[in-house]
Design a protein around this ligand. Sequence first.
Ligand code: SAM
Length: 288
Amino acid sequence: MSAVSGVAVGTLYVVATPIGNLDDITARALRTLREVKLIAAEDTRHSLRLLQHFGIATPLAACHEHNERDEGGRFLTRLLAGDDVALISDAGTPLISDPGFHLVRAARAAGVRVVPVPGACALIAALSAAGLPSDRFSFEGFLPAKSVGRRSRLDAVSEDPRTLIFYEAPHRILESIADMRDVFGAERIAVLGRELTKTFETLKGAALGELHDWVAADSNQQRGECVLLVSGWQAPEVDEAVSGEALRVLDLLLGEMPLKRAAALAAEITGVRKNLLYQVALERQKDA
Ligand code: SAM
């Protein structure tokens, strides 16, 4: 218990629960859920099963995306009256593509202590076993449901050098991989993490083109919960990226006009990016 203006107030514990395997709940999470006065849960019926499994009888109240802003006041009142409250979601870590942000923000703004009780999180579980660079990554959450919006979001991150992590619903997994293949290129390496910590756990790594065909050929891979990890963009070697024909056009123009103009005109003629041709032109000038 902490104090706001000398009055004892409760603590809000943000408690991670399993993403499949119930053994993944931590000893601290169980103790916290047992000891708090109230548990704010995304879906009370779903969480009741979890609590019953562990013999925990703490009362539950709903805190989901539709009532979080209004009902948040109710949890805040309890906290300010001195009761400890735990926040949980249906699976994994609250606030990670799950409700809780408004409550946590309101609690902190009111001077209530907010304590994380960490545990399972699908994106971190997937990243820890995917074998893709994990020193820097970008969690992109869920992509838009429609292809136009999805492709534009993918376009926006297509030259991000960090490992990209997406959550996706099983009925959209195939079309999302198809869009990734088209936007990022069929050769970009990706890993599909499916049903992590559960009986049919799969971690399949392949180039996006191959991964798409593998998922398309096996309807089992289009079921269950999935995380997609895509390796970050790597700048192509300058010479490798520019075709012989584009180089020929660039060389011809370099003989006739200043470098910047030659690169711009060659880009218009060949469709190759101006910046890339500019870099190539600089290198060719250096070598000449
Ligand atoms: N808060 C959760 C967390 O910490 O990972 C995520 C909740 S979000 C509503 C649900 C999404 O997380 C699923 O659609 C899926 O993309 C991913 N996910 C959850 N459990 C998973 C699992 N066992 N295996 C793979 N992905 C999972």
